[in-house]
Design a protein around this ligand. Structure first.
Ligand SMILES: *[C@@H]1O[C@H](CO)[C@@H](O)[C@H](O)[C@H]1NC(C)=O
Ligand SMILES: *[C@@H]1O[C@H](CO)[C@@H](O)[C@H](O)[C@H]1NC(C)=O
Ligand SMILES: *[C@@H]1O[C@H](CO)[C@@H](O)[C@H](O)[C@H]1NC(C)=O
Ligand SMILES: *[C@@H]1O[C@H](CO)[C@@H](O)[C@H](O)[C@H]1NC(C)=O
Length: 963
């Protein structure tokens, strides 16, 4: 790369914070609407609509008003089916999913800042539409394989491009009040484009661009969009510009622009119309996905699940048969006691490992399939050699939803300890907890037994994640697995957690609030450890009492588990621990009140904004978190801190409220050691109490800083089978959080992916003397020809300074998406309709029937599913072979005459959607009706209706989903 080219790249990188779209996350003027808000509102509306429809079909009430004032908490509550399991609700997973979608949406302004098609700039209508329809196909393929995380990531990107259309084109100016349906329908043509030689704009009058679109364009309804260029003012003659001070094209004739990104933009007076249309367009897009994937999968894609996953990573070598039997027992117990309740795990994940193999990963929502798989595990082989534990754990970490708790069962050292930093990166990125069930550590005389150093690897990973390293004899394992049952409860929150390494006697305090249920205290440490627990009113219990005034205590190996007797005593509690060996204390309970946080990073530019920051924050710098408080719309302004117990040090953040329960929290310094995010606050929602209840929560994941900055951006999250994505990355060193431009040095680089796809990476990069403090490189990732559409792959890129063990990383997710050639929706053709409906008898005592043939066309992928979209009758489908050898799905619908209409959704194998409509209508001709009058009609023989007193009118159409 020439130095001129390098310069250009760095100019571009420096300016990527400029936003030439709706503001990505935060509208700095306070009144404009950002991509984040548009996306969140659309997700909440569509999710609520789906829940309303499900409730209607099941005959349940649904009283939530669906409008733009919905909150995730209220939607979650309205969507939950109350059962007798008295489970608490948690909206943490829903909030996390929404955040993933808006972060990925916003990231398009970083990763594809200057690509016209990603923003519908420069009249790139066809290419922009292709990005949307290809992206939607990829989302549907991901959902089909239950890869919801990757699906959300792609969906966020697609929404960005779709939403930008309404800001960057003249769709709003043309007077349209509904979204442009052709943008989400690959089989529709985009019409009325202003051709390349058609002038579309004239100069603005000074700063006023209200009237710069040419009257001819408006009269003829021609579609155009603004040109944008950061560096050159070149644009085709007579064309509109995007506008704004970064856009050089808007400085030459025709001067000015047409974007509606915010209120202060060229066409800012139309900003709110554009944002509303973008929201409605997003709702439509979500509706198309909903129909294609079905209601339950749609809700899972949106993250609407209260329960956690049950995730086991199990060593299957010879000595593990007792452990496997125990994992089986406890999982069966959980499944059998929770099946059919809201607490039933939302998915089951099982990863076996041994040597030389690991996997395959089983991820299923079907409890019986999980039971069958865990029953089939047998302990065999191995014996003397360490196992591929971390490789198995890597699979689980990338497959499980964020914030999961993963249980690893082993009795042997990890052969793949070199993956430790990768696993740590994945833990920090997913915020999942890893708890190790280590059996017969140090006690076994077998060669494969763990020594202290081996066990320390597991302890370090547990600690980094906020999980526990439980060391127990095989015979006592059953006593320890109660932690698995505890973690499978709903709405588990961490109130307080600390690891003392090295150990020293200390006292710890924490606050219990009135929302907490089933409080449990876990202490791990050596057998000489003793403790004393004191309640808010001063009642004490020591470690020698197994059943005392406050709690009952059970012991298993190095684990002490205290179950509190009652949850009513709110206020400040204390625990004093006496031990000089390493120990940990963890206090959990169940509560709806919790929080999520993500590290964000400010980018400079005219419209400075924040973007999701991958990897570790920079040592000595500042940090910004986007925090959402879940479970209470009435939390007063909380206190958010970074807590480092090695100091101990606690740094206070400065809060900026973003509306709802979202806060932007800025820390001017970051603790130097490992630290966690803490939240304290007051909840005034409880109507029973006159004073607000104080509460405290703590994030599990340990964070740490790095002086290495690693950035990597891929311009697409999708890879076609057999193709390669190239991911450029940059390594810099920083001092006090700022790039040190005179630094030099060599950094080791490693790229690891969880699918064993081919990948290349330099083994190191060097910052040269005049390199401006930066070193660049590229990583490639190649999907095999055989990779199925919808397969996800997680790539972790790490850079470390071998000398100081300083490390930073980026975690990138991709989905395999084969090119979709079947873009046409399935087609319906009526076969017959018959009715016994009569106006004289009660409607429920008579029936009508509608039969249609459904096909997917010659080049179609075939019919996947026919479902009832509207109507409460019964549907049967059979497949027959047509005269031309084609497959025909015969859909036969039967319903009582009380509902005279049916709409069937027909979905093909790649998720294209068609709709069949059938309807019975009373004729206006009045005559006596008897059963004998009933005749069978089809639309093609509609003339028969003349002779009938009862008219059956049927339409059979393949409607676009949205008109
Ligand atoms: C936001 O809009 C309100 C009412 O339209 C106005 O009073 C206020 O000044 C605006 N705020 C900003 C920062 O533009
Ligand atoms: C829930 O409780 C009600 C009344 O207590 C009972 O009638 C119903 O059968 C219970 N449902 C389930 C699923 O246990
Ligand atoms: C968006 O959809 C809502 C609900 O269907 C409707 O009330 C509103 O008018 C629509 N907004 C626009 C700008 O079309
Ligand atoms: C812990 O608290 C006890 C009783 O309040 C006190 O005697 C002891 O000195 C404290 N220990 C530490 C390490 O602060």
């Amino acid at each position: 790369m020439s130095s001129k080219c390098l310069l250009l790249v760095s100019v571009v990188l420096a300016l990527t914070g400029l936003t030439q779209s709706f503001q990505p996350l935060f509208a700095s003027d306070g009144n404009s609407t950002s991509h984040r808000e548009i996306t969140q509102r659309a997700v909440l509306r569509k999710t609520a609509e789906v829940c309303r429809d499900i409730a209607g079909a099941e005959g349940r009430d649904f009283s939530l008003t669906i409008d733009d004032s919905l909150t995730a908490d209220r939607v979650q509550e309205a969507c939950s089916v109350s059962d007798n399991s008295t489970s608490l609700l948690s909206s943490v997973l829903f909030h996390t999913s929404i955040a993933n979608m808006y972060f990925s949406n916003a990231n398009v302004d970083l990763a594809s800042a200057l690509s016209d098609e990603h923003h519908f700039d420069g009249e790139m209508f066809q290419k922009g539409r292709d990005l949307i329809t290809k992206g939607v196909s990829a989302v549907k393929a991901s959902v089909k394989l239950e890869n919801f995380i990757a699906g959300r990531w792609t969906l966020g990107r697609v929404c960005h491009t779709l939403q930008d259309f309404y800001s960057h084109s003249n769709w709003v100016e043309l007077g349209n009040i509904a979204p442009y349906n052709a943008l989400i329908k690959p089989d529709k043509t985009i019409k009325n484009l202003a051709g390349p030689n058609i002038s579309t704009c004239r100069n603005c009058t000074g700063d006023n661009c209200d009237d710069n679109l040419l009257p001819d364009v408006l009269q003829q309804g021609l579609l155009t969009s603004g040109y944008f260029n950061l560096i050159s003012s070149e644009k085709p003659d007579g064309k509109c510009s995007h506008g704004g001070s970064f856009d050089q094209t808007s400085k030459r004739d025709p001067v000015g622009g047409i974007n509606k990104d915010k209120i202060g933009s060229s066409h800012g007076s139309l900003h709110h119309e554009a944002a509303d249309l973008a929201e409605n367009a997003t709702v439509e897009l979500l509706g198309d996905i909903r129909t294609a994937v079905g209601d339950q999968n749609f809700l899972r894609l949106m993250g609407l699940s209260q329960s956690s996953v049950l995730c086991f990573v199990i060593d299957t070598t010879g000595s593990m048969s007792d452990d496997i039997a125990e994992a089986k027992r406890v999982s069966f117990k959980i499944i059998d006691s929770k099946r059919g309740t809201q607490q039933e795990p939302s998915a089951y994940i099982l990863v076996p490992f041994n040597d030389p193999g690991f996997g395959p990963l089983l991820m299923t929502t079907d409890a019986d399939k999980f039971k069958e798989s865990i029953s089939q595990l047998t302990a065999s082989g191995g014996g003397d050699i360490p196992e591929l534990c971390l490789s198995g754990l890597q699979l689980a970490l990338t497959a499980a939803p964020p914030l999961s708790e993963i249980f690893v069962f082993t009795d042997a050292p990890a052969k793949d300890a070199a993956l430790k930093s990768t696993i740590t990166a994945l833990i920090e990125s997913t915020k999942s907890e890893v708890t190790f069930m280590l059996t017969d550590v140090l006690t076994s005389r077998r060669k494969r037994a763990l020594n202290q150093a081996d066990a320390q690897l597991y302890r370090d990973l547990a600690r980094a994640s906020g999980g526990q390293a439980i060391e127990v004899s095989k015979s006592d394992l059953a006593l320890a697995t109660s932690v698995i049952e505890d973690s499978s409860s709903s709405a588990v929150v961490t109130v307080f957690q600390v690891v003392m390494n090295p150990g020293k006697p200390d006292n710890f305090t924490f606050v219990f609030d009135s929302s907490l249920r089933n409080v449990t205290v876990y202490i791990t440490g050596t057998s000489s450890l003793s403790f004393n627990l004191t309640s808010a009113t001063g009642v004490s219990q020591s470690s020698s009492e197994s059943s005392g005034p406050l709690a009952s205590l059970s012991l298993a190996g190095n684990l002490r588990r205290l179950t509190l007797n009652n949850d009513n005593e709110t206020g400040m509690w204390e625990i004093s621990v006496d031990s000089n060996d390493t120990y940990s204390v963890k206090v959990t309970g169940q509560s709806s009140i919790n929080f999520i946080y993500n590290l964000v990073e400010a980018h400079e530019g005219l419209h400075a904004d924040f973007f999701l920051k991958e990897g570790r924050p920079l040592s000595g710098g500042n940090a910004t978190l986007l925090v959402t408080v879940a479970g209470s719309d009435s939390v007063n302004i909380p206190e958010i801190t970074l807590y480092d117990n090695s100091g101990p040090a606690e740094v206070n953040g400065t809060l900026q409220s973003l509306g709802g329960s979202n806060f932007l929290v800025t820390f001017n310094e970051i603790p130097a050691g490992d630290f966690v995010v803490r939240l304290r606050g007051e909840d005034s929602s409880s109507s029973l109490r006159s004073t607000p209840s104080r509460f405290q929560r703590q994030a599990s994941t340990q964070m740490k800083t790095s002086s290495i900055s690693l950035t990597a951006q891929a311009n697409s999250t999708n890879i076609e089978p057999g193709s390669t994505v190239v991911i450029p990355f940059t390594v810099t060193t920083t001092t006090s959080g700022v790039i040190n431009e005179t630094a030099t040095g060599t950094f080791r680089v490693r790229a690891t992916n969880d699918r064993s796809f081919d990948s290349t990476s330099p083994s190191s990069v060097t910052i040269e003397t005049d390199g401006g403090g930066r070193a660049n490189g590229t990583v490639t990732l190649t999907a095999p020809d055989t990779a199925a559409s919808g397969t996800d792959v997680t790539l972790t890129i790490e850079a470390d300074d071998a000398a100081t063990t300083d490390i930073n990383y980026v975690v990138l997710r991709f989905s395999v998406a084969a090119e979709v050639t079947d873009v046409n929706g399935p087609v319906c053709q009526e076969v017959s309709t018959s009715t016994n409906c009569s106006s004289s008898s009660l409607c429920y005592s008579s029936q009508w029937q509608f039969v249609a043939n459904v096909t997917d066309g010659v080049n179609g992928t075939g019919i996947e599913r026919v479902t009832i979209r509207e109507g409460n009758g019964t549907l049967n489908t059979t497949t027959v072979v047509g005269s031309g050898g084609e497959n025909i799905t015969v859909a036969s619908y039967q319903a009582s005459c009380c509902a005279d209409k049916v709409e069937l959704s027909v979905v093909d194998k790649v998720g294209n959607v068609g709709i069949c409509v059938g309807q019975v209508r009373q004729s206006t001709t009045v005559a006596p009706v008897t059963a004998a009058n009933v005749t069978t009609y089809t639309t093609s023989t509609g003339g028969h209706t003349l002779s009938s007193t009862l008219c059956v009118w049927i339409t059979v159409v393949a409607l676009p989903l949205w008109k």
